[in-house]
Design a protein around this ligand. Structure first.
Ligand code: ARG
Ligand code: MN
Ligand code: MN
Ligand code: MN
Length: 314
């Protein structure tokens, strides 16, 4: 399994500075070396550079539309190229508005895909329902075919073609969902395992049911979009919108191990790591270390241990 790594140091989908430091911080925690030590070939495509817009006026309440639209167009092309090169794409954010480009580029390369969205938040507000105006709370609304008529075209968003069907989306970890988002989830019948279902079923049955739901009929590639705030803030405090009552470290890791063994993980996002939101160096290290462990889980690291297929006892 080869990994194509792309850094997206972008923060304009939300108001807090610092999240653009995510990619280099995660690399600094030796992600590449540790993937390689686990037997993974890695090609690092480096960090994207994004255009700045002096005239990025709010559209209604929606902030930084031009910057977000343009950054995601670049990211979409980059992920498309990584997939065409034959890699599993790993996008390091940056804020979660980047899922627009990552998922769009993935779908452009492989066609129909399944999306597993692991997050405290549903990030499915439309520009008409958002209460904050932050585009990191809205990415899924631009990607779902069923919401096409509900999302006005923002400046620099006209390249986006909705490419995900509601039936191919599963949420895990929800616990802070706006009323309009809850309405949309029910209207579209989106499969969602909130923290209540995690409590009820346990994470193993949540993953079993996630894959039964997505995995039958056609074997579509899986896009895992992992917001580090899905995990409890006692473990991943350095993030912009922490919410109490999240996945434990072990539950968060189990999600990645389970998806890995499906053999269908085709792209992964790791977003919302924000070093400036940690109160102490220890809080930042715990958040970054967890992000790296989650990515290692996606690419075959097992808690039981691993060894190379050609291992020889000395
Ligand atoms: N629902 C809120 C909003 O629309 C919070 C979104 C948080 N999103 C995130 N990617 N952390 O702004
Ligand atoms: Mn193509
Ligand atoms: Mn979130
Ligand atoms: Mn999110």
């Amino acid at each position: 399994p080869s990994v194509g790594l792309i850094g997206a140091p972008f923060c304009k989908g939300q108001p807090r500075g610092g999240v653009e430091g995510g990619p280099d911080l995660i690399r600094g925690a030796r992600l590449v070396e540790r993937l390689q030590a686990g037997g993974c070939a890695v090609k690092d495509y480096g960090n994207l550079q994004f255009e700045e817009f002096a005239d990025d006026e709010p559209v209604g309440v929606v902030k930084n539309a031009k910057a977000v639209g343009s950054a995601n167009q670049r990211l979409s092309e980059a992920v498309h190229a990584i997939k065409k090169d034959g890699h599993t794409s790993v996008m390091l954010g940056g804020d979660h508005s980047l899922a627009i480009g990552s998922i769009h580029g993935h779908a452009a390369a492989v066609g129909e895909l399944s999306v597993v969205w692991v997050d405290a938040h549903a990030d499915i507000n439309t520009p008409m329902t958002t209460e904050t105006g932050n585009l990191h709370g809205q990415p899924m609304s631009f990607l779902l075919r069923e919401l096409r008529s509900k999302t006005p075209t923002l400046p620099n968003f006209s390249w986006i073609k909705p490419c995900v069907s509601a039936k191919n989306l599963v949420y895990i970890g929800l616990r802070d969902v706006d009323p309009a988002e809850h309405f949309i989830l029910k209207l579209l019948g989106v499969k969602a395992f909130s923290m209540t279902e995690v409590d009820q079923l346990g994470i193993s049955r949540v993953m079993e049911q996630t894959c039964d739901y997505l995995c039958d009929k056609v074997q579509k590639p899986i896009h895992l979009s992992y917001d580090v705030d899905a995990v409890d803030p006692s473990v991943t405090p350095a993030t912009g919108t922490p919410v109490i009552g999240g996945l434990t470290y072990r539950e968060g890791l189990y999600v990645t191990e389970y998806l890995c063994q499906t053999g269908r993980l085709s792209a992964v996002d790791m977003v919302e790591v924000n070093p400036l939101r940690g109160q102490t160096e220890q809080e930042v290290q715990s958040t970054v270390g967890t992000a790296v462990d989650l990515l290692l889980g996606c690419f075959g690291r097992q808690r039981e241990g691993n060894h190379a297929p050609d291992y020889q006892l000395p």
